[in-house]
Design a protein around this ligand. Structure first.
Ligand code: KIV
Length: 296
């Protein structure tokens, strides 16, 4: 009985239906209705129906709430926080406890999107048991619904161990940022045969989706055609089943490094600087606070 209800709900509500209803309610200024949360099977259903998936990163409650209200399908608590939140040169120093802390904050802001938490460097490479224990912490303590880890064939055993415990795994192939020292920087990856083999290996190991980062578009299209799980592209062209970007990159908040594949959808960094300059001017001139901001 319970199973039948879930199935019938899935049939009547597609991801794009949810997006349309969500964005129109926000456009009308109405409070967003409580929508059915996006779940892992919805990602697979979206791929079957040809609905493109949207995923963005968030690291805190406020941004997670904004992304969720705007109707994004998935929110990744990415270890990119090492760069855009902590100001490091790469993500390698991020710890599992930090990821749990940020995941908890993100989950509090989300009502609808699927929350996926990144597994940081050296929290899944030692052996499958280590990977399973740490994935379990991201779900139990952080509240994530799925985890993401980098690598293809070499992480297949970890993916298998995690998925066998019913924790959904999003894989990540191509330019995997935790391999930055081996790659010699954030470089486009062009070894088509190896990357395709990696993608096939993570699907066979049980991943429900795979991020394909910074590879030629033709290769991403070939991976998408070969796999039956959704491909989520970043710097991988338009033929993937969905797209992901690092949010501070695409809204112009993080300017230290901007790869070619990032489109600026807003320039919030400029707006914030202008707002802070105006605040500073008004405080110094005595025009803020005005009488309307005072308690009598
Ligand atoms: O950490 C992250 O934000 C990521 C995305 C770039 C896919 O892995």
């Amino acid at each position: 009985m319970r199973f039948r209800i879930i199935v019938s709900r899935m049939e009547v509500t597609t991801l794009s239906d949810l997006e349309v209803r969500m964005s129109s309610s926000i456009a009308n200024g109405a409070a967003a209705p409580r929508e059915r949360p996006v779940q892992v099977p919805d990602f697979l259903a979206a791929r079957k129906r040809g609905h493109r998936l949207t995923v963005l990163t968030a690291y805190d409650y406020t941004f997670a709430k904004l992304l969720d209200e705007a109707g994004v399908d998935g929110i990744l608590v990415g270890d990119s926080l090492g760069m855009v939140f902590q100001g490091r040169d790469n993500s390698l120093a991020v710890t599992l406890d930090e990821m749990i802390y940020h995941t908890k904050a993100v989950v509090r802001g989300v009502r609808r999107s699927l929350v996926i938490a990144d597994m940081p460097f050296m929290t899944y490479q030692l052996h499958p048991q280590q990977a399973l224990e740490n994935a379990g912490r991201l779900v139990k303590e952080g509240g994530a619904q799925a985890v993401k880890l980098e690598g293809g064939r070499r992480t297949a055993a970890a993916i298998a161990a995690i998925t066998q415990a019913d924790i959904p795994v999003m894989a990540h192939v191509g330019m995997t940022p935790q391999s930055i020292h081996r790659f010699g920087g954030f470089r486009v990856q062009r070894d088509a045969e190896k990357i395709l083999e990696d993608a096939v290996a993570v699907e066979q190991a049980g991943a429900f989706a795979v991020v394909v980062e910074c590879v030629p578009s033709e290769l991403a299209a070939k991976i998408t055609e070969t796999l039956s799980i959704p491909t989520i592209g970043i710097g991988a062209g338009s033929q993937c089943d969905g797209q992901i970007l690092v949010t501070p990159d695409m809204i112009g908040l993080y300017g230290d490094f901007r790869p070619k594949f990032v489109k600026l959808f807003a320039s919030l960094g400029d707006q914030i600087r202008a707002a802070v300059q105006e605040y500073t001017r008004e405080v110094r001139s005595g025009s803020f606070p005005g009488t309307e901001h005072e308690y009598r």
